[in-house]
Design a protein around this ligand. Sequence first.
Ligand SMILES: [Zn+2]
Length: 442
Amino acid sequence: MKKILFLLLTLSSAIQAQSPIKALVGGTLIDGYGGKPLANSIILIKGERIKAIGQVGLMAIPPSAEIISTEGMSVMPGLWDMHVHLMINGHSDYTHWDKTYLKIAKDVIMPSSAHQLLMAGVTSARDLGAPLDASITVRDRISKGEIPGPTMYMSGPFIQHEAYSGTAEFRWGVKGEADARAKVKQLVKAGVNCIKLIDQDQMTEVEYMAVVDEAHKNNLKVVAHAHRPEEIRRGMKAGVDCFEHTGLAAAPEYPEDVMDMIKERTAKMNLGPLFWTPTVEGLYNFEYMRDNPERLDNTTWHLGLPDSVVKDIKQSIQHPSRLTYFGLNPLRKPTLQKKINQLKKAGVVLLIGTDSGIPMKFHSQSTWNELDVWVNEFGFDPMYTIRAATYWPAVAMGVEKDFGTIVEGKYADIICVKGDVLRHIDLLQEVDIVVKKGKRYK
Ligand SMILES: [Zn+2]
């Protein structure tokens, strides 16, 4: 017993010696709770976690600390992106992409996407749809520190009525209740972080109810597509925890009966908040991207990708106006602001997420654009928007004890950007400092 204690003590002092204190000094701290920012802040980081928070002149900095100046910067929790697809990267032809690159998803594509997100200041992300083994492997390699990336929350394969042709590796069709439960159990056993349900309006009631019930029995949240009103109705009925998107069609608003269901749900305090990731920026910015394609020349999205893949992606998006993916965009775009405001007014907790990886949407650029559209196009309060990318995602994933805000004891996931992000949210496109679990990556 004594020997074990001695070993533990030696081990812990060895760890302490390896993890000297870092001090972020001078910047204005936005801690994620929504209160007034703290000027001239000091954040002491020891190992992976935040040790103390104070102000210049009021709190001592240990002489041995490594000082990182944040003078003139906004200091805030690392961003979360609640809807990414690591397995794709901006290419316009999914059939070609899957056929050509699915085999290198685990070793090349997904690690590259994750690295790009991290360098953009995204220290946590939720991936909603990818092959199971690759999802778990990439997430775990990141958490072991073998490859750089955000802390990942993985759904693994989509659960849906039937896999589209050629996608069986990352889309699992469900036939009957027993099959629905078995597939969810298989995902639980593999260690996914949530269940992604789509096309529930094409399933039988028994099937989609079983998917949600089995997930909840195993303490997993269910994240569901909400493109069609019937997907929302069924998702609400089954008790889905978080909805995604704002509709594929051009309907100008959510129907009244759907809004009534949502309001009834958000009134139930015992169920906690109803979360929704509207993912609007890809659609909202499409016409601007089409008319200003030189923005695609930014090379940040090449990080980690072989030249041949970069060339292939570039080729596929060289005529943005011809992309069928965005064909209905002129009709859809005007509906977004209306719908997102319907949800906001109904008491839904909105989350920042982007569908990063869809045509022309690169992991290195997507996330800040979503915040920018909320603030600069929809007129949302910048602090509200920042909390939708920090505090609330951590709550939605049930990890708010460790993530999402800057406070003593939590993981040191911190980004810093020159200037005042509460005045100019688009400063987030150029993050100056990225610290994840105490380690500086940028
Ligand atoms: Zn998606």
